[in-house]
Design a protein around this ligand. Sequence first.
Ligand SMILES: [Zn+2]
Length: 265
Amino acid sequence: MKKILLTAAVVFLGMTTAQAQFGKLGGKKVEALTTAVSAFTVSDAEIQQSAREAVKWMDENNPVCELNSKQKDMREYAERLERIFGPYKNYDGLDLNYKVYYVTDINAFACADGSVRVFSSLMDIMTDDELLGIIGHEIGHVKLEHTKNAYKQILLTEAAAKYVGSTKGTVADLMNSDLGGMSQKLMGASFSRKQETDSDDYSYKFLVSNGKNPQALADGFQKFVDMEKEYGADKSLGAKMSSSHPDSEKRVKRVEDKIKKEAKK
Ligand SMILES: [Zn+2]
């Protein structure tokens, strides 16, 4: 039976408004944060290392579909993603890797180290090209450094809370002290509206330059809209859907407007 993703209630694909991690802190903590930021630094290499550790933790704590899984449907999910994603593993100068999580959540996410994780329940409702549209969106978050910048902010914020008024502690210490908690925080990184829109645009170009119809991106988002309408009242299911926010409809329209505009050129 499919499981619920360990980090439920996290909206990866969602177009949430900017939830600045700093915004959640009160006045006093912000001060401490400023002090700590000057003492605590996060390098690109440390971000990459943290990302690798976090995604490894996620892989170990969620059921992963493998090409040699014992269960037939799990093998089929892995084979299908391999077929869809395989051609793009070195796309746009990136070193990407991908896996399917056998979970009930309808979602996908990307990690700063180029790891993309797609959930089997999302694969159930999407065609290959629609799925590629969502994968393109996730690749956009990596290429445009949204994940990298979000991780940096999370690491700084966590360090500020943990190492108040002290210069002790490194990113590695921070990760090691609570690997599960830190992994879930990093994987749950949220992006600004602008970043989500930029990733949608990235995916649009990704589809077009690979000979796919960008309508697939709009169709994929439309499925979120439909599900939201159908199950909107059912909170338990609604919570599992990345569409449980008001903007799916706008995203569909944005993509379709772009298609119309391109057609006129
Ligand atoms: Zn996104």
